[in-house]
Design a protein around this ligand. Structure first.
Ligand code: TUI
Length: 317
């Protein structure tokens, strides 16, 4: 099977998670310069914006980087056109089935890595020619599926013959080592990169991640069929209340309008939509993207070397 670093063209097998309105040229270039694959999140952005970010990223790094295309966006066709014209090295996709776009992107020399939350979709994209898949467990932030990383990764690794990259709940070397034990050959990390020095998100958002505990996130939107994991704040509680009252979808959508901008731009920790993974409780300090990557892989190597023997019936085997 092809090595993930070879597919990505990186030193480390790590992809930065796509974070809508947050992941732009500064974070993408910093992650790529740190030896991982930085990602520009195109979700909610125009084709012109994306073209400009690609240009700026290329000015900031000579390393490979990627673009994430969120498939619920209404301008997906235009965004696909931009990544093809710009010959972006890697494209990740989310929130849908990218099957019909894969051949076109590959014709332009793009490596295609769909982010998926179930085995059925992983098998479909593998058949359509995907180079690797990200198995994203429900621990992840943002739009999520139902299955945990622990259960999803080994099942996906058995089902497809392309490399599986684990996501959801990974923020340190133990998580990296665990992902490998489950059959993954790379990781995607979002939450920890939110607090990278180079990440342009408002300080209030970073503080909310650093203050978070294991139980600080909640999945909203289960009632509308689009579950989204966010920090459990005033906004989250209002959404959950409306959902428990079976409020119409429009009312929930209205409540959510502008809340991502409030979180990302204004750092509104109460009424902003602060997407975050469950692993936020482990993220305790702001660092450069390069330090985050180096620390995670150094720690993963150490965890692997220091592993204890597995015990059977109380005896070391
Ligand atoms: O896409 C993500 N994470 C995201 S997208 C996003 S923007 C957004 N905001 C509010 C509502 C919806 C989107 C924030 N975070 N991760 C990958 C992912 N894909 N997670 C879940 C899925 C998924 C879900 C259903 C993929 C396909 C799918 O159905 C299609 C099928 O054929 O199974």
């Amino acid at each position: 099977m092809v090595n993930v670093c070879e597919i990505l063209g990186t030193e480390y097998p790590i992809i930065q998670g796509a974070m809508a309105r947050i992941a732009e040229c500064n974070l993408a270039a910093a992650v790529s310069n740190g030896g991982g694959l930085g990602i520009i999140a195109a979700g909610g952005q125009s084709a012109e914006w994306l073209r400009e970010e690609i240009k700026k990223t290329r000015e900031m790094t000579d390393k490979p980087f990627g673009v994430n295309i969120m498939l619920l966006a209404d301008n997906v066709e235009e965004l696909i056109q931009v990544v093809c014209e710009e010959k972006v090295p890697v494209v990740t996709t989310g929130a849908g089935n990218p099957g019909k776009y894969i051949a076109r992107m590959k014709e332009h020399g793009i490596k295609v890595i769909p982010v998926v939350a179930n085995v059925a979709l992983a098998m479909r994209v593998a058949r359509a020619g995907a180079d690797a898949v990200v198995a994203e467990g429900t621990e992840a932030g943002g739009h999520i599926g139902e299955t945990t990383t622990m259960a999803l990764v080994p099942q996906m690794a058995d089902a497809v013959d392309i490399p599986v990259i684990a996501a959801g709940g990974i923020a340190d070397g133990r998580g990296v080592a665990a992902a490998y034990m489950l059959g993954a050959r790379g990781v995607q990390v979002g939450t920890r990169f939110l607090v990278a020095n180079e990440c342009i998100v408002a300080q209030g958002y970073k503080d909310a991640i650093i203050k978070a505990k294991d139980s600080s996130t909640v999945a909203t939107g289960r009632s509308t069929g689009h579950p989204v994991r966010i920090i459990k704040n005033k906004l989250a509680k209002k959404i959950l209340t409306l959902e428990s009252q079976n409020a119409p979808e429009e009312e929930i959508n209205q409540l959510c309008t502008g809340t991502l901008a409030a979180a990302v731009r204004d750092g509104d920790a109460d009424n902003g939509n602060i997407m975050s993974g469950q692993i936020a409780g482990l993220v305790k300090k702001e660092q450069s993207a390069a330090e985050i990557i180096e620390e995670m892989f150094k720690e993963a190597e150490k965890v692997y070397e220091d592993r204890n023997s597995i015990c059977r019936a109380g005896r070391t085997v």
